[in-house]
Design a binder for this molecule. Structure first.
Ligand code: F6R
Length: 361
């Protein structure tokens, strides 16, 4: 079933151009360049409350940035195990959105059921379309990643991000924030993701070289701004899960408020730096790290200016529309974890202590 691949995770990373394309097509029409109408009337929704665990939570945070930026739709995202037990205050015009690959994660399902009982409209972004969450929610927002075997989520994550980005565009149109010209531009940008993901997958040799060094580290920091911040946390989670190396994801601007104290020559710092409106800010954070002797690996387009400082290594990533950067940059993040784990000889598809579906609290 793995075909020519060594691991399911490697296969699933390579499947992403297809799974992203398929998922985007659920929500967007490539031919007309329009977002498909949704049964949720975004024009009358006051707030989204996304609830998820783990990787799906990070996808939710990326979704939040898009819903607020492109649709002006307030959006909260919370870890289901916290949401479930803390008596959150709900407001009537809120739609609760569970995000889950399996659709069976106990805390996410319980949160969804609770929101429904409180009288909220509910939706579920799920990959298993016959799952408990798919049946429980008022609205099913499917992802089309196909079966994911590797315990560490890859293609399910990019499918979740694809669905949420596409829905953010649909919401922006419904709320009058996006006109027809802008809609066509954003839809076109989203459909460029599969090709750029494929391009990112092809440039794995650079990543393999970096992974060789990462395998020797005991701690790694991932940095990013904007949607790259949740992706940095996802990168850290992936590395922890399969290579057992301690890693943290931080908002690049938060570095000087504490974690910069960790910087030394043995702690690699991976920066996710697409050419967007905050690139310069990220670059200056990297210069600060480099000045303190931290080995920086900057993942950025080849056309991006070089930040000041010795010891900044670069890995080229495809240049892309900022909307799709979390999809395109997910690939180097996943491959870094993958090749580091391969280098360390861990059980990539079945990491210790982890289960694919967490149906207990
Ligand atoms: C990480 C991972 C987990 C899941 C989490 C939620 O690679 O796979 O963090 O994302 O357990 O699972 P689902 O999406 O099935 O609710």
């Amino acid at each position: 079933e793995k075909g020519a691949y060594r691991h399911f995770m490697e296969k699933e990373v390579h499947e992403q151009p297809d799974s992203v394309q398929h998922t985007l097509s659920e929500y967007l029409d490539l031919v007309t360049g329009a977002a498909k109408p949704q049964s949720v009337n975004f024009a009358t929704v006051d707030r989204l409350q996304i609830i998820a665990c783990g990787t799906a939570f990070y996808a939710g945070q990326i979704g939040k940035y898009a819903f607020e930026k492109y649709a002006g739709l307030p959006c909260d995202v919370e870890i289901a195990s916290e949401f479930r037990y803390r008596s959150p205050a709900l407001t009537p015009g809120t739609v609760a959105v569970a995000v889950s690959q399996s659709g069976e994660t106990a805390d996410t399902l319980a949160s969804l059921t609770w929101c429904k009982a409180q009288g909220l409209k509910t939706a579920a972004v799920v990959n298993v379309h016959t799952s408990s969450m798919a049946r429980e929610a008022d609205v099913l927002w499917p992802t089309h990643a196909g079966p994911e075997i590797g315990v560490a989520s890859t293609k399910a994550f990019t499918a979740q991000v694809s669905a949420l980005l596409a829905l953010a565009v649909a919401a922006g149109v419904a709320r009058g924030r996006i006109d027809a010209t802008r809609e066509a531009e954003l839809v076109k940008a989203l459909f460029e993701a599969p090709r750029l993901i494929a391009e990112a997958v092809e440039s794995h040799r650079d990543i393999e070289k970096i992974a060789h060094d990462l395998a020797k580290a005991t701690d790694v920091l991932f940095l990013g701004r904007g949607a790259m911040f949740p992706l940095a946390m996802e990168g850290a989670l992936k590395l922890k899960e399969i290579s057992y190396i301690h890693a943290e994801g931080y908002a690049a601007g938060e570095l000087k408020h504490g974690p910069i104290a960790l910087v030394d020559e043995k702690t690699p710092i991976i920066a996710l730096a697409p050419l967007d409106e905050v690139f310069e800010k990220t670059a200056s954070n990297l210069a600060e790290v480099a000045a303190r002797g931290g080995p920086v690996i900057m993942i950025a387009p080849a056309t991006a200016p070089a930040p000041h400082g010795d010891g900044i290594r670069r890995v080229d990533a495809p240049d892309c529309h900022p909307l799709i950067a979390p999809l395109v940059y997910a690939v180097p993040v996943q491959l870094l974890a993958y090749y580091t784990a391969v280098q360390k000889g861990t059980d990539v598809d079945q990491p210790r202590n982890l289960a694919k579906s967490v149906t207990v609290e």
